[in-house]
Design a protein around this ligand. Sequence first.
Ligand SMILES: Nc1ncnc2c1ncn2[C@@H]1O[C@H](COP(=O)(O)OP(=O)(O)OP(=O)(O)O)[C@@H](O)[C@H]1O
Ligand SMILES: [Mg+2]
Length: 270
Amino acid sequence: MEQRNALERFAQLVRTGAVDPGDGAVRLGVDLGTANIVLAVVDGTNAPVAGAWRHSSVVRDGVVVDWLGAVSSVSDLKSELEGRIGATFDRAAVTVPPGVDEGTRKVFTNVLEAAGLGVSEVVDEPVAAATALGLTDGAVIDIGHGTTGVSLLRDGAIGFSVDQATGGHHMTLVISGAKGIDYEEAEQFKTSTAQADLVFGLVRPTLEKMATIAADALRGHDVREIHLVGGASTLPRAAEVFEGVLGEPVRRPAHPLFPTPYGTAMRRTP
Ligand SMILES: Nc1ncnc2c1ncn2[C@@H]1O[C@H](COP(=O)(O)OP(=O)(O)OP(=O)(O)O)[C@@H](O)[C@H]1O
Ligand SMILES: [Mg+2]
């Protein structure tokens, strides 16, 4: 299946709860983020089979802050997928934020183990996203809830990675302050397409700050292509702001929330 279509299909499977018949042994991937936990299942050819997600606040600044919440969410989502697919999982790949120390990696792998899953692979988030995007050389900019991550990949591995505390959370704070509404309401307002122009006006400076983080990180490096992923890049004009600041074309997949979880489940050497 072509990369873009596969990613599109995975997003659809997550949203609808549908299951595609797989070909060969299935593989599970777990992506624990600040705002979302996403589980992905692929078949033996790396095609998507199913996915499940849940909003979460178990990770903050790349650290698991709610251990029990993380374990029960992973365990619930795993059971949900097992029920849908009619298979059982005893192993999974897990993502970690790039550049974290051994202790932090261990906390992520411990979450899986406590949820009854052996760890088949520990994948850096940008490597997972790059796998789903078919990228081996270039930059992955990941704008999530808490942070902006900028990683340069060479031959499919991380050359370097920078992570700074500006993300969708900061956009929500700006909207909350500007409109005098509470955080939850501001979060909903941010994602409501009906108000897209107004939202863009409010969050544009935050997007420019994120783009500046990326520009600073990538300056002086030979960057062949730039991809933008992460939930905050769902905003319709996010890529345009990045292109303006970076002065280079920026590609954003149709469903930027999903390359990381989908790529986590994928086998890197099929
Ligand atoms: N349609 C949308 N429009 C604007 N923002 C969105 C939309 N959908 C999701 N977001 C934002 O994306 C963010 C979550 O993205 P993502 O799931 O990539 O973050 P995360 O991986 O959990 O966080 P981090 O990478 O910082 O640990 C939230 O701030 C959410 O409000
Ligand atoms: Mg993330």
